[in-house]
Design a protein around this ligand. Sequence first.
Ligand SMILES: C[S@@+](CC[C@H](N)C(=O)[O-])C[C@H]1O[C@@H](n2cnc3c(N)ncnc32)[C@H](O)[C@@H]1O
Length: 283
Amino acid sequence: MSDSDGTEQGGLDGTSVTPDWVALREDDGRAYLLNRAAGEVKVKGLGRFDAGQLLEGFSVGDRITVGQKSLTIVDAALPEARRNMNRRAQTIGIKDSGFLISWMGIGVGSRVLEGGHGSAGLAMHLANVMGSKGCLISVENRAEHAEVGRSNMERMSEFAPEFPNWHLLEMDLSEVAGEVAEICGELDAAIIDMAEPWTVVPEISAIVKTGGRLACYCPTTAQLEKSWNAVEEAGLIVEFAGEIVERRWSKAGRGGVRPGNQPMGHTAFLLLAAKIAPKLDEN
Ligand SMILES: C[S@@+](CC[C@H](N)C(=O)[O-])C[C@H]1O[C@@H](n2cnc3c(N)ncnc32)[C@H](O)[C@@H]1O
């Protein structure tokens, strides 16, 4: 299927969908995703209306008024989807997702596992760069979290220009090896974001290819230390252990720019390790 510009878009499992999605952006960056074809909708923060009627005669780039709000119509894309996502579990944000993706070399065609999937914060960032040839396996053992993550991923698959072959396994990370092997063989990268990452490091590191990378997202130092020990015991080499610090600046009232008043909040420690070939027997 293609739209009037001939533009085709992603869709789960490589199917094509018509890009009916747009985002309505408030000047301060808050955004609401809207499907023109959805009929009557209730959008938290905007109210209830018929999406098709509201957008009739308007295009991307126009300003539109909804209730008391004046908004700009923009393309639906990752930044807007992230701001407007359904949330349940704590999500991995831009700062850490960007670093993980770049350090681990994740891109078009990568085979990646991420779990716990939670609300799909990290998964949305991954899907954004993996292209339709990528294979993304998400793992989540709590049904109520999986449901929220799935809603965010399914919506993104409808407007993303390309979307990876995505699988959501509703099971425990310690038991996914067989399923992963069937879906994509070995993994190029695996990212573990759960309370006790070290408990699944042996199983997950075993399905990462030699030369591939495994990361643990660790909010506390205790989690970092235990995960660090576990990846070394599994024979991996730690390439990075630490945190990414973000400091925002703002415009000062009397001119000039200076560090803003927001705290340099801690998100998590990142542990990144590479899988190398086993040492040759020295005897
Ligand atoms: C902090 S959340 C993940 C957030 C997610 N990475 C994101 O960016 O939105 C942790 C998730 O791990 C899940 N979880 C915990 N232990 C797990 C396990 N052994 N197997 C699979 N999922 C697990 C939890 O249910 C929870 O949803």
